[in-house]
Each structure stands twice: as C-alpha cells, then as structure tokens.
Design a protein around this ligand. Structure first.
Ligand SMILES: Cc1cc2nc3c(=O)[nH]c(=O)nc-3n(C[C@H](O)[C@H](O)[C@H](O)COP(=O)(O)OP(=O)(O)OC[C@H]3O[C@@H](n4cnc5c(N)ncnc54)[C@H](O)[C@@H]3O)c2cc1C
Length: 417
C-alpha cells in the first residue's frame, strides 16, 4: 500500500475534480410538482441513449485513469493505486459532489467480476483489471441459466478441455448488460461425474469471440437491460480459467458475496434514497391523507426499516474494513433492502390509488409505476428473498440444511430442471 495520507489524497482528488468536472448545484429543497419525478429502480434507456451514456462513462473513467484515480484500491503491480478502502470512499464522496457521467454500466464489472478476477485470476486475466477500471472493458456476470437460478449449482453449460483451450457450449439467461460487455465471468460444468457443486469451473470469456450470441429480453418496465446469451463451441484459453479446475463453486461464491455487498450495502439499503421521507410526506400532504393514522403508522414503520438496514450495513462494512470476509450479514442487508423497497411500493400504491395505474400526465403519480414494477426484480436479482432466507436460517440461526439437496451423487445422475 502506498503512503499517501487521506489529507493529501483529498487535495489531489479535489484538484482533479475541479479541473475536469462541474460541481453539482446545491440540491434544491424538495417541493411537490417541481423538478424531475423519476423514481425508477432500474434505468431504462433507448439504444441511442445507452450508446451515448456508455461513451460518456468510458470517457470519464479514461480521464480518471490518466490521473491515476481509476482503481484506487487496486494493487500497484496490477495498475492500481494501492490505497485503502478509506481513500476509495473519500474519492466517491468527493466525486458525488460533481456532475460526472453515469457509471452504472460498470457496476457489475467493478463490484462483482473484478473482485473475483483479482481473487482467482491468472496473470493474463489480472491484466484485464486496470483496463476495466479505466473504462476500456465492460464486464458481465454469466451465471443464471433457464434451469439454474436459485439452484445455481444445477447449471448445465459445459466446458470441455481441448489442449490449452476449453470449448464452451450452452445457454445463460438474465445477463444484465451482456449487449455492451466485452468480457464475462462464466461458470461452467467441467465434470458431470462429480456431485453438482464440485464439477464446476469459472472462466473469463471474451464476449466478442466467435460463437457468442447475445439476444435481448424485454422486462415488464419496458426496457431491455438484460439478455439471453448463447455459447456455441466458444473457445476459451486455459489461462482465462478462474481458480482450479472443478473449484468453480468457491469462485461463484466470491462473486455472489460481492454482489450482495454491492446491492444491499449500497445507498439504497441504508437510506430512503429516491423515496426520501420528505417526498413521501409531501405526497401524503398533496393528496390530503397526511392525517390518516394508518398511513402515518406505515410511514413511521418504513422509516424505521430503512434506519435498521443502515445500521446492519454499517456493521457488515465495519467487519469488512477490519479484514473479515463478507458474510451472511450481506444476505441480511439485501433482504432488508428488498423488504423496505416492497413496503415503500405498497405504501405509495395506497397513497396514490388508481393514479399510479394510468399515465394522466399528473406530476409524481405515474412515475411511481416504474418503482412499483421494479421492486419484484430487486427481490430476485442477486439472490431471491427465499434463497437469502435459507442462507440466513442455516448460517446465522443454525437451522438444519434444506432437505433434498443431493451433494453426493454424480451430477449426470440427478434430475435436471
Ligand atoms: C434485474 C435482474 C438482473 C439480473 N442480472 C443477472 C446477471 O447479470 N447475471 C446472471 O447470471 N443472472 C442475473 N439475474 C438472474 C437472477 O440471479 C435469477 O433470476 C435468480 O437467481 C433466481 O433464479 P430464477 O429466475 O431461475 O428463479 P428460480 O430459481 O426458478 O426461482 C423461482 C421462485 O422459486 C423460489 N425458490 C427457488 N428455490 C427455492 C427454495 N429452495 N426454497 C424456497 N423458494 C425457492 C425463488 O425464490 C423464486 O421465488 C438477474 C435477475 C434480475 C431480476
């Protein structure tokens, strides 16, 4: 780790931001009917908008790379800056005060794929890391399949060894951002004679390689943020393998723990975020229900839920800062987030009633349909509520394992979805 102090780093980062970005105007106090009423949980862009925003994000990350501010916690020998998480957090909070490009396209790559490559990669795949953080390469997560989502270890995309290469054949699904990704982290079955969790191997795959076909999927909110991805005898070099052969389950767990950290531990889990308490209170006032005792009670419960989630996330963050591994706290954090979002959606639907079902043009009404339609997706992405409850019940509460999981028979002999 290099020895730049936090104070020195603050000056360096502020100088860079001042020179390259405009400060955000001070947030105006929320007033009903004014400004943008967008509260969507998932961003939805037209292809042209998406291309423009992605190019802007790449440009901004490129500027950060020129100033050596792109991969703050990365090891120096891999092109990172070698600074601490505290430096990274400081930079993020400073950048938050400036009007910079939307970097959400890089969320999966930075939050999930990169930490996994760092933990399990080879010299060849480690070389991707600095290029990812400088915006050159976008990464996606190729885990789920039509018959393997919650039961991820039931996946059937196969990788067969052919000399120094592997040949990958199969289908993945729900792959967010595959259509603009350059590399993907894929988990494949490499030995069907082993039990289901044992015969898996992880790889980094080139999304532009011959045999990779990406087809968009339309979600109920109207956009096409995720895809089906078909692999037809795609050749992957052995040096793109993540971890040992048949040890892909621990590679997958590294990614999933980081996924829960980046979803549940983010701002959405800790604060009311888009659905700020002020926004909800003003909505109640505007529609004349601010004295309704039942709704007031629900609002108070909602606020408490977000506060409790914030403290749970702070406990998990403290554990990780102290060098501990992300653990079941992150599953609790993600569960708390989705419970709070769902309760928010139900609360808003009660306040707005039928106004949320038809686009009448009235400010702050129909816009909530994008939030309400987005909450089920949040309950599924990154581990469904039921899967996370199973984890918490087994790993936190010490309850018996779910019956029916066959961890001994060869995968090829198991019934498939
Ligand atoms: C917005 C979004 C983005 C996504 N992005 C990606 C991505 O980038 N890459 C990727 O690989 N995947 C992605 N996914 C897929 C996601 O990981 C899966 O949808 C998820 O793991 C659930 O799998 P499934 O859809 O096959 O549902 P299933 O596993 O078939 O589950 C169906 C229902 O049964 C319940 N269920 C299943 N097993 C149990 C059990 N043992 N006990 C109790 N209930 C159970 C589930 O909770 C769920 O309600 C994304 C999903 C969403 C919604």
């Amino acid at each position: 780790m290099t020895d730049t102090t936090l104070d020195e780093f603050r000056i360096e980062a502020t100088t860079f931001l001042e020179a390259n970005a405009a400060p955000k105007p001070a947030a105006a106090e929320f007033a009903w009917g004014q400004g943008d009423d967008d509260v969507a949980l998932f961003e939805e862009f037209t292809p042209a908008e998406e291309a423009r925003l992605l190019a802007a994000a790449k440009g901004w990350l490129g500027q950060r790379a020129e100033a050596d501010l792109h991969w703050i916690t990365g090891p120096t020998e891999l092109g990172g800056r070698g600074l601490s998480r505290a430096h990274e957090q400081l930079y993020r909070s400073l950048e938050g005060g400036y009007d910079v490009a939307n970097q959400s396209f890089f969320g999966i790559g930075f939050g999930m794929v990169a930490p996994t490559i760092l933990a399990h990669g080879t010299a060849e795949t480690h070389a991707y890391l600095s290029r990812m953080f400088s915006g050159e390469l976008v990464g996606c997560q190729l885990f789920s399949e039509p018959g393997a989502g919650s039961d991820l270890a039931g996946l059937q995309t196969k990788a067969e060894r052919d000399g120094d290469e592997w040949i990958v054949t199969g289908q993945k699904v729900w792959t967010s951002g595959a259509h603009y990704s350059d590399i993907g982290e894929i988990i494949c079955r490499t030995d069907p004679d082993m039990p289901k969790h044992k015969g898996l191997t992880g790889f980094v795959v080139d999304m532009h390689a011959p045999g990779v076909e990406v087809r968009p999927l339309r979600q109920m909110t109207g956009g096409t943020a995720f895809n089906e991805v078909f692999f037809n005898e795609v050749r992957v070099p052995d040096h793109h393998r993540l971890g040992d052969v048949n040890m892909g389950w621990s590679v997958a767990l590294t990614t999933l723990m980081n996924e829960r950290a980046s979803i549940g531990g983010g701002g959405g889990g800790g604060g009311l975020g888009l659905a700020s308490a002020t926004r909800l209170i003003e909505m109640m006032r505007h529609f004349g229900v601010s004295e309704d005792p039942v709704l007031r009670d629900e609002l108070a419960r909602l606020y408490t839920g977000y506060q409790v989630a914030k403290f749970t996330n702070m406990r998990a963050a403290a554990k990780m800062k102290a060098g501990g591994l992300p653990g079941p706290e992150l599953s609790i954090g993600k569960l708390a987030l989705t419970a709070n979002l769902t309760a928010t959606a139900e609360f808003v639907a009660k306040v707005l009633g039928p106004r949320v079902q038809a686009d009448t043009g009235e400010w702050g009404t129909w816009a909530w349909s994008m939030f309400i339609c987005g909450t089920p997706g949040m309950r599924i992405a990154g581990g469904s509520d039921e899967t996370l409850r199973n984890i918490v019940s087994e790993r936190v509460l010490g309850l018996p394992k779910e019956p029916g999981i066959d961890s001994k028979s060869p995968f090829k002999d198991l019934a498939k979805n």
